[in-house]
Structure formats: C-alpha cells, structure tokens
Write a protein that binds this ligand. Structure first.
Ligand SMILES: NC(=O)C1=CN([C@@H]2O[C@H](COP(=O)(O)OP(=O)(O)OC[C@H]3O[C@@H](n4cnc5c(N)ncnc54)[C@H](OP(=O)(O)O)[C@@H]3O)[C@@H](O)[C@H]2O)[C@H](O)CC1
Ligand SMILES: [K+]
Length: 301
C-alpha cells in the first residue's frame, strides 16, 4: 500500500531528525556542550522525534498485519473451500501460483533479473509449478528443480504445461550451478503440512538454499521451518531467512520469527470463511492477486 507523498516527506524529515538526535546524543562532549544550546537542540529533536513516532502510528495501517492461521485450521479451510465452497484443487493452486508469480514481479520485474529458479516439493506447496508457467508468460526465464515428484496426477498435468513452454527441469547434478546462475529463487518445497526433521533428499537442498546469495521468495513458509515454532534449532534451515515470503490465504504462526518482505496471496476467500476462522480479509488493490503486508501477524490460534 502506498504512503501519500506528503506523508513520505514527513517520514523522511522525521527520520532525518531522529538520526540527527542520535548523532547529537553521541556528541554531547563535543561541540554541543553548552547548556542553552544543548536544551534548544534537545527540544527540537524531541519535538521532531515525537512527530516521527506519531507518523509511525498513523502509517501503521500501511503495513497492516493480518491474523495468523494454524496449520490445522489452514488444512480445514482448504477442505471447506473444496467440500462446501465449490472449488477444485486445480483452481486454488492456479490462483495461489498466480499470486506467487505476481509477488516475484513486485520483487524483481524481468528487466531486473529474469532467471528464476523454482524449487518445488512433493505436495501442494508445489504451486510453484503454476507460478513457473505464469512467470514464463510474464517474460521471465524460469527453470524448475523438482527433486521428489508428488503423486497427484494434477502435478503431471502441470509438468506437461511447463514442458510445452520449453521450461527446463534441472537435474540434481545441475542444481548448485543453476543456483549460482539464477537471479532469484522461489522456495515452493514445503508449506503448512511440513513436519519434523527434513527427510532425504531435502537436507542438502535446504542447506544450499540457506547459503545462497540470491534473493529467495518462500511460498507459505520458509521450507524446513516448523509452521508453529519457526526455524529448526540446528541443522539445515536453522539460519534460513528468505528475503521475501508470500503467505497464502493467511499468515502461518511461524511468521512471528520472520524478518523480510511479506506478501499475502490467494485471493479467493470470502467474508464468511474469514469470519469462521477469525481471519482478516486482505484489502487487495485493483486486479492484484497479491498484497504486501507487515510481518507482525497477530495470532488467533
Ligand atoms: N488455501 C490455500 O491457501 C491453498 C494453499 N495451497 C498450498 O498448499 C500447501 C499445503 O499443501 P500440502 O500438500 O498440504 O502440504 P505441503 O506441500 O506443505 O507438504 C506436504 C508434502 O511434504 C512432505 N513432507 C512433510 N514433512 C516432510 C519432511 N520433514 N521431510 C520431507 N518431506 C516432508 C510430505 O511427505 P509425506 O511423505 O509425509 O507425504 C508431503 O509430500 C500450502 O502451504 C500452500 O502452499 C494450495 O495451493 C491450495 C490452496
Ligand atoms: K515453502
């Protein structure tokens, strides 16, 4: 959500003054050691600091926080959508994947780096497969690493669609080279059904992503993180902090451990459903399938 220009001016000015206040505070034994000057500067900086804090409060809605949904409720919400809401899994994954592709665009339009590596997992977090198709149509050069394929025939159809667009599938041998040659990585390995320590072949994959120097966008949760408890205490993923995260439908509790840019996607919820699960209905703008939000999700868990 955009902050109006005049407000931005105030924010920059108050930030400047706040920085000045810190600089001034660190220089009290230097040129600012006269008592009247000291008092005058402190008043000015305090006034500006208060203005800054007031503006921060005023701008809070610009980085709105949305209530989080537990893994159990997220699975139940998906069942509601499909069993009583008239949705099919294909449709939900299509919109989820489209929002992932739009988040990539917002992070990095193709002219800023078009080589996108998408790592897909065996479950529905593989909506990265859908994102790969949209990214190709958006003008990117996506490639997909799909080390353990899911059993659902839907994934085979998605693979066919990607092959028909000549989107390359990367082999395990080529993964580390491909990682070095890419401009951004989409982590679509595990979402809200991940649990327990990583099983093969994922420990080494997560380790490589964790130490990658390119930006990473994680889908629904940083893969290897416990959905409730955040990063593992040790081992692969313990230091994994993707530069961006897109939560689908609603943030998951592990967002409390996350620092970085945060988007919400999956523009298919109704007010009745968000009310049932105690969630917020994101205020998407125009035709956008994705909305940037803050990271301080408030829990209803
Ligand atoms: N409403 C929405 O917002 C929608 C979100 N979608 C996306 O779907 C995922 C949830 O998909 P789901 O299939 O339930 O689960 P995951 O993709 O998170 O993971 C399941 C697979 O992961 C394997 N797994 C689990 N833990 C481990 C582990 N420790 N090590 C290795 N592998 C693991 C699991 O393997 P099993 O052997 O246990 O079966 C599964 O294969 C959600 O997060 C969104 O991204 C959809 O688009 C629908 C709408
Ligand atoms: K993920």
């Amino acid at each position: 959500m955009r902050v109006p220009l005049d407000l931005q001016h105030h924010i920059y000015w108050s930030f400047f003054c706040e920085s000045g206040f810190c600089w001034y505070s660190n220089n009290q034994n230097g040129i600012f050691n006269s008592a009247p000057l000291n008092f005058m500067l402190r008043s000015i900086f305090n006034h500006r600091l208060q203005t800054h804090l007031a503006i921060r409060r005023y701008t809070k809605p610009a980085t709105m926080s949305l209530r989080a949904i537990s893994a159990k409720d997220a699975a139940s919400l998906d069942r509601d959508l499909m069993e009583t809401g008239g949705w099919s899994l294909d449709q939900l994954m299509e919109l989820a994947g489209l929002s992932v592709a739009q988040a990539v665009w917002k992070l990095q339009p193709p002219n800023a780096g078009a080589n996108i590596l998408i790592v897909c997992g065996p479950g529905n977090n593989g909506d990265g497969l859908v994102a790969a198709r949209h990214l190709s149509h958006f003008g990117y050069n996506p490639s997909v690493y799909y080390p353990k394929e899911g059993k659902n025939e839907l994934y085979q159809r998605l693979k066919t669609q990607l092959r028909n667009l000549s989107i390359p599938f990367i082999s395990t041998e080529d993964f580390s080279t491909s990682l070095k040659q890419s401009d951004l990585l989409v982590d679509a390995i595990f979402g809200f059904s991940f649990g327990g320590p990583l099983r093969e072949p994922f420990p080494s994959i997560v380790s490589q992503i964790e130490s990658a120097t390119i930006p990473v966008l994680s889908v629904d949760a940083p893969s290897s993180w416990d959905i409730q408890g955040g990063p593992p205490k040790e081992g692969p993923g313990a230091k994994f902090m993707p530069s961006a995260l897109i939560s689908l439908s609603a943030p998951k509790p592990c967002v409390a451990f996350y620092k970085g840019r945060h988007f919400i996607g999956g523009r298919f919820l109704t007010k009745a459903l968000t009310d049932k699960y105690g969630l917020d209905l994101p205020q998407y703008q125009g035709v956008d399938q994705v909305l940037e939000i803050g990271v301080d999700a408030e829990g209803k868990l």
